[in-house]
Design a protein around this ligand. Structure first.
Ligand code: ADP
Ligand code: ZN
Length: 307
């Protein structure tokens, strides 16, 4: 199977079947010239299919917004992304009917959530959330074993939240100001502190506002989806492990004993946890989508296979 994760900054292409069986892996930059980027991926897939034979499936995990309703004429196309050069690009169409018997497509965060469920820290769970905090804040929600999907994929990273007492920094989301993404994403932290988040010391008060925003996101997830676990990863959180105890404590204070997380998950440490697959959750997500496209899961509404 082949997986292609199209991210805002880089694309990852993989051949394999599972985390312990990755046979090929190439990373390339996501250029603002979408056609040129896709042609480079096409070249990689051509080489790999010559070497490994036609794939049983290709899984695509793509940044959004993405049209995923199978009945839409725009199925598999990127929508109104702020990413230059990628508006209305037909990602699924580009890969359809080539290299593989089936093509599956979903968003990068739904794909990562599926990978966590198949191989990582969501294994065995029917209801869980995968949160990534990086250039943006993305959330993949799984309920009753399936991605949550209404008329469009949810965009929970943009929900508005209660602010930390005394905090009136306006946030940097271009659409909502102080939504979760506008407070907790890497660019938000940089805009607020004047320092790239990687260089921001752990005792900076800005980290406390980030933890507060992520705890508010978790509060709302607990009370809507009632997940069995919330996994939080991405470039901002994965190296800043001091955030986890703070997020848990802010969540505990915010819920105010209304929900018995001890009973739901054995405790807050298990409940708010890093992804089991680490930074591989994204690329492995594409392989999980390919695996789903091969199986009966392909009938689900978030992807389509083309024989
Ligand atoms: P993307 O969201 O583009 O897929 P990542 O999940 O890798 O990518 O997140 C990128 C963000 O992570 C950038 O905003 C970057 O500033 C931030 N980042 C990178 N390294 C660190 C670090 N060590 N600590 C905190 N933030 C970091
Ligand atoms: Zn927003």
């Amino acid at each position: 199977m082949c997986g292609v994760e199209l991210g805002g900054t880089k694309c990852e292409c993989l051949v394999g079947t599972a985390p312990d069986d990755i046979r090929e892996r190439i990373t390339l930059k996501t250029e603002s010239d979408a056609a040129a980027t896709l042609r480079r991926i096409e070249g990689i897939l051509q080489d790999w299919s010559a070497k490994h034979g036609t794939f049983s499936a290709i899984g695509l995990a793509c940044f959004g917004p993405l049209e995923l309703r199978p009945e839409s004429a725009n199925f598999g196309k990127i929508g109104m992304t702020p990413k230059e050069g990628w508006k209305n690009v037909d990602v699924a169409g580009f890969f359809a009917n080539r290299f593989a018997d089936a093509v599956g497509i979903t968003t990068d965060v739904i794909a990562a959530a599926l990978a966590e469920g198949r191989w990582g820290a969501g294994k065995g769970l029917a209801d869980y959330a995968y949160v990534t905090v990086g250039t943006g804040v993305g959330v993949g929600l799984i309920a009753a074993g399936r991605p949550v999907f209404g008329w469009h994929h949810p965009e929970v990273g943009h929900i508005r939240i209660v602010r930390a007492p005394g905090d009136d920094w306006p946030g940097n989301c271009r659409l909502h100001g102080a939504c979760v993404e506008g407070l907790a994403s890497g660019p938000a932290i940089k805009a607020r502190s004047g320092t790239p988040p990687a260089n921001l010391p752990a005792d900076s008060p800005v980290w406390d506002t980030v933890a507060h925003a992520l705890a508010q996101l978790a509060h709302n997830l607990v009370l809507t989806l009632a997940p069995q676990r919330i996994l939080i990863g991405g470039g901002v959180v994965s190296e800043q492990t001091h955030l986890f105890p703070r997020i848990r404590e802010y969540l505990r204070l915010s819920l105010n004993d209304y929900v018995d997380i001890e009973r739901a998950a054995g405790g807050l440490e298990e409940y708010i946890a890093p992804p089991g697959l680490g930074t591989l959750a994204g690329p492995l997500g594409a392989l999980a989508v390919a695996a789903d496209a091969c199986s009966g899961e392909s009938a689900s509404h978030f992807m389509r296979t083309r024989p």
